[in-house]
Design a protein around this ligand. Structure first.
Ligand SMILES: [Zn+2]
Ligand SMILES: [Zn+2]
Length: 367
């Protein structure tokens, strides 16, 4: 059976839950047979959506965070925008996690240099034209989960967003989406959303406003019970045992900014600002991994570690299969591999991820 067939089996047995107000959402899909995106699709009800998914077997499935009066109108300006959920995106692609040298490689298209780990540009010639092979492992998911928990805390404590209106979703790949379905926020325009994104990222904090002189030195002004960033910074100073320490001015300012860097939520602000975004449809499969885009509750996100999140996102069978691949990642999902040998036996769901993500991987045999 090919990968498309495995996806079909999954969708036959697992109907996709509809997003709220399904009739006002735009849907978009890519297929296994072409690279283009099919857009401006709308559904009247969950049955219609699931019939479409089983017939077409999408490789990737998305829906609009926006609500429209006419979601299938082919021109954006004719859709009749009626507001949008606020979505926060946490993606370890942008975070230098300690496991990257175990599974990510890059090759410079300009000079041919290559190496392991995260590289934004070639350390040899400076070119930004790099070919990358990246993988996700349990340690990546663990870092992303921590970021998601920090974000949820800031949204709840500082912005008063109720936990019941925050829906965490494991993206099926490198991180989490937090969907906020709060009626009071759906009308916010791009600039207001940017301010919220900047706030959770701790941008624009001026440490001079947080310190006071004491003799020749300076100390932090606020207690950990102070609202917002004032208290949050105090809490992080306390974690370092530095809450009441008078320091030279520049040293204290530097320390405050280190606390901000630790406490901020590392989100992709472009996603939060966008009021016409397409986002992955929870309950579908991610076309680069074969993992499920997994709806969670905040309680589950708090209680589950990365390994159990991955375990629950596994959607395809675990039948052992033999896979051949040129360069194996040392760690992928929860598996560790040695460098030697190009053929290894792995569960089918992992084989699917390897084949979807690497041009050199192929499944040789079942069993
Ligand atoms: Zn180079
Ligand atoms: Zn990793």
């Amino acid at each position: 059976m090919d990968i498309q067939g495995l996806f079909k089996e999954y969708y036959r047995k697992n109907p996709v839950p509809p997003p709220p107000s399904i009739e006002r959402r735009e849907f978009a899909f890519t297929t296994f047979s072409s690279s283009g995106m099919i857009r401006h699709i709308s559904f009247k009800n969950p049955e219609e959506m699931n019939r479409y998914i089983i017939e077409r077997i999408p490789r990737h499935a998305y829906y609009s965070t926006a609500y429209y009066s006419d979601p299938s109108a082919p021109e954006m300006e004719d859709k009749g925008w009626q507001g949008a959920d606020m979505v926060f995106d946490i993606d370890v692609d942008h975070i230098d996690t300690p496991c990257k040298p175990l599974h990510d490689t890059w090759r410079c298209k300009a000079c041919g240099a290559h190496g392991r780990g995260l590289a934004l540009k070639c350390p040899v010639c400076g070119s930004e034209s790099l070919e990358r092979q990246t993988w996700v492992c349990d340690r990546c998911i663990s870092v992303a989960r921590e970021e998601a928990l920090k974000l949820i805390d800031i949204l709840e404590e500082d912005l008063g967003i109720s936990r019941s209106e925050m829906i965490p979703v494991f993206s099926g790949h490198r991180g989490f989406h937090i969907h906020v379905e709060d009626k009071a926020l759906i009308d916010l325009e791009q600039e207001a959303r940017r301010e919220i994104a900047d706030y959770v990222r701790g941008l624009g904090i001026d440490p001079d406003l947080y310190i006071e002189r004491t003799g020749d030195l300076y100390k932090y002004k606020y207690p950990s019970t102070a609202p917002g960033w004032r208290g949050r910074i105090a809490m992080h100073l306390a974690l370092r045992g530095k809450e009441d320490t008078p320091l030279p001015r520049e040293e204290l300012k530097k320390l405050i900014m280190e606390c901000v860097a630790e406490a901020r939520a590392n989100i992709d602000e472009k996603v939060t600002m966008d009021v016409k975004r397409l986002i992955r449809l929870p309950g579908t499969l991610h076309g680069k991994t074969g993992l499920k885009v997994l709806l969670l509750t905040i309680q589950q996100l708090e209680a589950m570690d990365a390994a159990s999140i991955i375990e629950r996102a596994v959607a395809l069978p675990d039948t052992p299969v033999k896979v051949e691949m040129e360069e194996w990642p040392r760690r992928v999902l929860g598996f560790t591999f040695s460098e030697d040998g190009s053929k290894k036996t792995v569960p089918l769901y992992l084989a699917v991820y390897l084949v979807l993500n690497s041009p050199t991987a192929r499944i040789l045999s079942i069993g």
